[in-house]
Design a protein around this ligand. Structure first.
Ligand SMILES: [Zn+2]
Length: 503
């Protein structure tokens, strides 16, 4: 009401100006200024869409070597048939044996160590590394369980059909393992040796935090005093579409750091006992209220410079309406959180997230009220955000409820690799060598990858597997009908080959 009155008063001044000397001229200037500002915003948004031409997808740009792609596709299909769900050591060992058979030159030339749990640690020795620090290529051998809803085949059938390889691990992450070794085998056949030692670390539990695999490998390396010029793990890919999955916008997304994985628990406590004579509140009811509050009060958005640069770099992939907000610094800072609210992949880039993943509470007897019930909250914090502060937020959110909030675990914070790192430039130039018009975009990885275990061993940790994901390439990691096009696999081999030649 107050605001309306003020608005009315302003209008009266504006209106009465027309009668005053020079008033009309003054008003005209004000109107022109407003019109110019609006026009500037519109023109900027329109031009931002035309600035960069959309490049063709890697899949449309090149055709990989047929014979080699066929060999890699067969290797991948065979690897999928080892159902290496995290924890199944026998299956990891089976993949190790399979890879040795499929890549005999690598098996013969590289130092090949199988570690407890089934992880693989390989080393390709340089003839004369000199001062060159070694490089580390990472991936993981384990997969998540098959799950339900598969229509093309069963999760571990590992079939090739219609130019695609189907099965659990096709995209995440056996394709990267196969592509790295396929490229290495090619170079070995040519008699190439790298300028620096190249290590390959394939963990046995990348899907479960990497404590048995990557963390142990990192310890071994730390003991040996190794420092790497580059650690390259999964986390970014070639994508055919914008992160929201809607618009065709091929680009190489290279993860320069990742969000911090933390876990919290909320425990609700109320009088338990007989369900026939309940109190006014129950532990499960209170917990539900707390969960609803957490869901609706997500952390506030915060635009990191790397994400701002990503948004600018991909501007032409956004609709005009979005560009209108994103090209104006003021509007962007205020509204970016709202703008991406319905696009989980973009929203995760501009804010920390906290989500309930598991509820514990209740007895097996259906007529007993539990005295406590708890929920596990999985949080991914943006770099620079403090887990203790998030805990305070959760406490404030549930202060009037009989709920206790605790921080269960806080993962190590990952640093953001600088875009000035020589190895980042080397990877970029490898990509640009094959796809000159394709944008390389530095980004933040919302998932937690094995790479974080190697944080102490390198200043340059990049998260990128050169698989093309999207409608033509493949994807559905962790979902039903996970698949990868054979062409995308062949192109990934090319990138690893190009990179290894430059390393
Ligand atoms: Zn993975």
């Amino acid at each position: 009401m107050e605001k309306l009155r003020e608005l009315g008063a302003s209008w009266q001044i504006f209106h009465s100006n027309f009668n005053a000397k020079y008033g009309a001229a003054f008003n005209l200037i004000v109107l022109l200024l407003i019109a110019a500002a609006v026009a500037a915003v519109l023109i900027r948004a329109a031009l931002a869409g035309r600035k960069s031409r959309i490049a063709p997808s890697p899949l449309a740009s090149r055709t990989p070597d047929k014979e080699r792609t066929d060999h890699a596709a067969e290797s991948l299909a065979m690897a999928i048939r080892c159902p290496s769900i995290t924890g199944r050591e026998e299956e990891m060992l089976a993949i190790g044996r399979l890879l040795k058979e499929r890549y005999p030159l690598a098996a013969k030339t590289l130092d090949w160590a199988t570690l407890p749990g089934g992880s693989l640690l390989l080393r390709w020795r340089a003839e004369d590394p000199g001062e060159n620090e070694p490089a580390l290529l990472c991936s993981h051998l384990d997969v998540v369980p098959g799950g339900e809803g598969w229509s093309v085949c069963d999760p571990f059938d590992g079939i090739r059909q219609g130019g695609r390889i189907y099965g659990r691990g096709a995209a995440d992450c056996k394709a990267a393992v196969v592509a790295m070794l396929e490229a290495t085998e090619t170079l070995l056949a040519e008699g190439v040796t790298p300028r620096r030692d190249v290590y390959y670390a394939f963990g046995c539990d990348g899907e479960a935090g990497g404590r048995k695999g990557a963390a142990r490998i990192a310890k071994i390396m730390e003991k040996e005093g190794l420092q790497f010029s580059l650690v390259l793990d999964e986390g970014g890919t070639f994508r055919e579409t914008m992160p929201d999955g809607r618009r065709y916008y091929p680009a190489a997304y290279i993860g320069m750091g990742e969000k911090r994985l933390c876990e919290y628990r909320l425990t609700a406590a109320c009088e338990g006992g007989r369900s026939a004579v309940p109190g006014r509140t129950t532990a499960l009811g209170v917990l539900s209220e707390a969960i609803c509050r957490v869901e609706s009060a997500q952390p506030h958005h915060h635009l990191l410079p790397i994400v701002r640069r990503q948004i600018n770099a991909t501007m032409s992939g956004f609709s005009f309406g979005k560009r209108l907000v994103l090209t104006s610094p003021l509007l962007r800072e205020v509204f970016v959180g709202k703008l991406f609210r319905n696009e989980p992949a973009l929203s995760a880039l501009v804010r920390s997230t906290v989500v309930p993943t598991r509820v514990d509470g209740g007895f097996t007897a259906g007529h007993v009220l539990p005295a406590t019930a708890s929920v596990l909250l999985n949080a991914r914090l943006l770099p620079g955000e403090d887990p203790e502060r998030e805990l305070e937020e959760l406490r404030a959110l549930t202060a009037d409820l009989p709920v206790e909030a605790e921080l269960i675990s806080a993962g190590d914070e990952s640093f953001l690799t600088s875009e000035n790192q020589p190895m980042y430039k080397l990877l970029k130039s490898t990509i640009e060598g094959l796809y000159p018009t394709l944008p390389c975009i530095a980004t933040l990885t919302p998932t937690a990858e094995d790479a974080r275990h190697y944080s102490a061993l390198s200043d340059c940790i990049l998260r990128f597997s050169p698989l093309t994901l999207g409608p033509e390439g493949g994807g559905k990691a962790h979902g039903a009908d996970e698949n990868l096009s054979e062409k995308a696999l062949g192109l990934a081999v090319e990138i690893y080959e190009g990179l290894l030649r430059k390393l």
